[in-house]
Design a protein around this ligand. Structure first.
Ligand SMILES: [Mg+2]
Length: 365
């Protein structure tokens, strides 16, 4: 079997009228929810779908698929995933250890797993393991809201939709206090600061945040790969530290584990090598005694791939759900949890069908 084409679709979906919207646009000024879908076609007529990360990097990931990945992948055998992916990562090693080329290759890997499942007539999670799970709990990952009033309103909405785990993207104690007051003591609350503090400030904030009983504190320091500071913060404060969405590859993860930086690793399969690499990372995290909660604030095939990975592992893992209402989704309702849970996709491959008319409608270029 041969790959005959690798196509990229850069789309931007507007938020539904009246839904919570991000306070800040992305780095390139966009305020829609953007995504990069990858479509891989084979000479056997089988089509696989993937997704490359994401947010402000979409345009670069889109270009990387078109200019770097597609020319290298067309003509190759899609059925031997380790050989193909290892070869492409090696040939691009000067630009694929992290960043948009790694994201583009991740999108290809996900599409290859979709193809593998379709050939086998099995869902991807069955290729990885033997799931005992009936459904997957989701956590509501709130967009950055910035004021206690806004946090109260959106937290209450998440609770009313059945979520029992809520993550904030805030930076002030008052906003965390507002969320805890709204959701009560029994709902899990997490805080993601997106690398906002230096070590000293982060250490102070750990003490100030203690009354709000955070399940984890995510990416408290800049830069994200300052594993030594994270390890020191963990040790000195006793706060449970989560990070890993900015890991570029498995070697980064090994370094983080060896440094003692993490209670919880948060790899993103749309960034660090697709299903192939996240599966290796989960095994190494297990051996290192580090929990895994994948990063997946996405709405496309990478979110569905994350559900397959979570379905296949024995551990209880939450799936991150970016809590924002979009006016449409090319994957339909499977990309949204119901009453706080995602259904496990059981069709062959990723088990998704893409409404390509919506890819056309929302296409940016
Ligand atoms: Mg995060």
């Amino acid at each position: 079997m041969k790959i005959t084409s690798v196509d990229s679709f850069f789309i931007g979906i507007p938020y539904e009228h009246g839904a919570p919207k991000p306070v800040l646009p992305t780095a390139d000024g966009r305020t829609t929810q953007d995504a990069v879908y990858v479509r891989v076609e084979t000479d056997a007529g089988i089509v696989g779908w993937g997704e490359a990360f994401g947010f402000g990097a979409c345009r670069m990931s889109h270009l990387a698929i078109q200019r770097v990945v597609a020319p290298l992948a067309v003509g190759r055998d899609p059925t031997d995933i380790p050989t193909l992916m290892t070869d492409l990562f090696r040939r691009t090693h000067g630009m694929s250890r992290n960043g948009p080329v790694a994201y583009a290759l991740s999108g290809l890997d996900i599409a290859l797993w979709d193809i593998a499942g379709k050939i086998a007539g099995k869902p991807v999670h069955a290729l990885l393991g033997d799931t005992k799970k009936q459904r997957i709990p989701a956590y509501a990952s709130l967009i950055r809201l910035d004021t206690p009033e806004y946090v109260r309103r959106v937290s209450a909405t998440a609770i009313s939709r059945g979520f029992r785990h809520i993550k904030l993207h805030e930076r002030e104690v008052a906003t965390v206090a507002a969320a805890r007051e709204t959701i009560g003591p029994d709902v899990a609350l997490m805080l993601d600061t997106n690398c906002t503090w230096d070590f000293r400030r982060a250490r102070e904030m750990c003490d100030l945040l203690r009354p709000y009983n955070l399940t984890w504190l995510e990416e408290p320091v800049y830069p994200p790969d300052d594993f030594e500071s994270l390890a020191r913060l963990r040790r000195d404060s006793g706060t449970r530290i989560a990070a890993g969405e900015n890991l570029g590859n498995l070697m980064d993860a090994r370094h983080a584990f060896a440094t003692g930086a993490l209670d919880i690793a948060q790899p993103d399969l749309a960034k660090m090598g697709g299903i192939t690499e996240i599966w290796k990372l989960i095994g190494e995290a297990r051996a290192a005694g580090v929990e895994v909660e994948p990063h997946s604030p996405l709405f496309g095939p990478a979110l569905i791939a994350t559900l397959h990975v979570i379905a296949a592992v024995p551990e209880d893992i939450l799936c991150e759900f970016y809590f924002a209402d979009l006016e449409a989704n090319p994957l339909g309702p499977m990309a949204s949890p119901k009453d706080g849970f995602f259904a496990i996709p059981n069709g062959p491959g990723l088990g998704l069908s893409v409404d390509e008319s919506l890819l056309s409608k929302y296409r940016i270029d």
